[in-house]
Design a protein around this ligand. Structure first.
Ligand SMILES: Nc1ncnc2c1ncn2[C@@H]1O[C@H](COP(=O)(O)OP(=O)(O)O)[C@@H](O)[C@H]1O
Ligand SMILES: Nc1ccn([C@@H]2O[C@H](COP(=O)(O)OP(=O)(O)O)[C@@H](O)[C@H]2O)c(=O)n1
Length: 225
């Protein structure tokens, strides 16, 4: 079973993916965490993020591991846990710049496909349906209004102890959406075979129920009217 979930920041992809993985007993792969971990390392090592050669060199020398424990994903970069650090506003701001490089994407896609070859997975990101799992059994495109996505992200950052300005969070998301959409390789795209779900007015439980109802018990997609 391969399930692809794509969509913009704050649409609820990882919340959904985690719950679906638990429910179906399959592995959740947070591909954004992999790009975030590399960005964290580049910032920590003061690598010039616009220097592609230096960045690619760093990417091939970096070991990123995702570990799963009680439904939580823990992220390790060269053996150091960076689960919280990779969610900082600074990493969020720079990650689309790192992710825009096609060689870095090729390295990440290869790692993600190797994981999916071994087992059933639900993966979330930006290019899962397009590049990583083009033959996925199910492809979902989650979205929500910019206002709602910014509200969710701001709430999450406040909970983690960051001082946030709502307008700044909204601008960061708008800018990231723009960079992720404009990218030439692996852009954020609604595919013809994706099922689009607008989560703006849905609770996380409603989104999970909707997806489970779209995936039949026997593995068939039930027709949506
Ligand atoms: N349907 C929803 N309604 C309200 N809040 C949500 C919903 N789905 C997720 N959230 C919350 O919004 C934030 C962003 O969700 P997340 O799953 O991380 O989005 P993404 O992975 O698409 O960036 C999290 O704090 C999460 O708890
Ligand atoms: N498959 C992916 C996943 C993430 N990314 C990049 O990594 C960034 C962070 O992804 P994420 O899924 O952690 O972001 P959120 O949606 O959780 O904010 C995105 O804005 C993209 O720039 C990507 O290019 N391709």
């Amino acid at each position: 079973m391969k399930i692809a979930i794509d969509g913009p920041a704050g649409a609820g992809k990882s919340t959904l993916a985690r719950r679906i993985a638990e429910r179906l007993g399959i592995l959740y792969v947070d591909t954004g965490a992999m790009y975030r971990a590399l960005t964290w390392k580049a910032l920590a090592n003061k690598v010039n993020l616009k220097d592609k050669a230096e960045l690619r060199n760093l990417a091939v020398r970096t070991d990123i591991t995702l570990a799963y424990n009680m439904g939580q994903v823990r992220v390790f970069c060269d053996g150091t846990e960076v689960t919280d650090e990779i969610r900082s506003p600074e990493v969020s701001r720079w990650v689309p710049v790192v992710a825009a490089d096609e060689e870095i994407r090729a390295i990440m896609v290869e790692k993600q496909q190797a994981i999916a070859r071994e087992q059933s997975v639900v993966m979330d990101g930006r290019d899962i349906g397009l590049c990583v799992l083009p033959d996925a059994d199910y492809k979902f495109y989650l979205t929500a209004s910019l206002e709602e996505r910014a509200r969710r992200r701001a709430k999450e950052l406040v909970k983690k102890g960051y001082k946030v300005n709502f307008q700044e969070v909204k601008e960061e998301i708008r800018e990231r959406d723009k960079l992720d959409t404009e990218r030439l390789v692996g852009p954020l795209t609604v595919l013809p075979d994706s099922i689009v779900i607008d989560t703006s007015d849905m609770s996380p439980d409603e989104v999970v129920s909707r997806v489970l109802s779209l995936i039949g018990e026997d593995g068939n997609v039930i027709q949506v009217s």
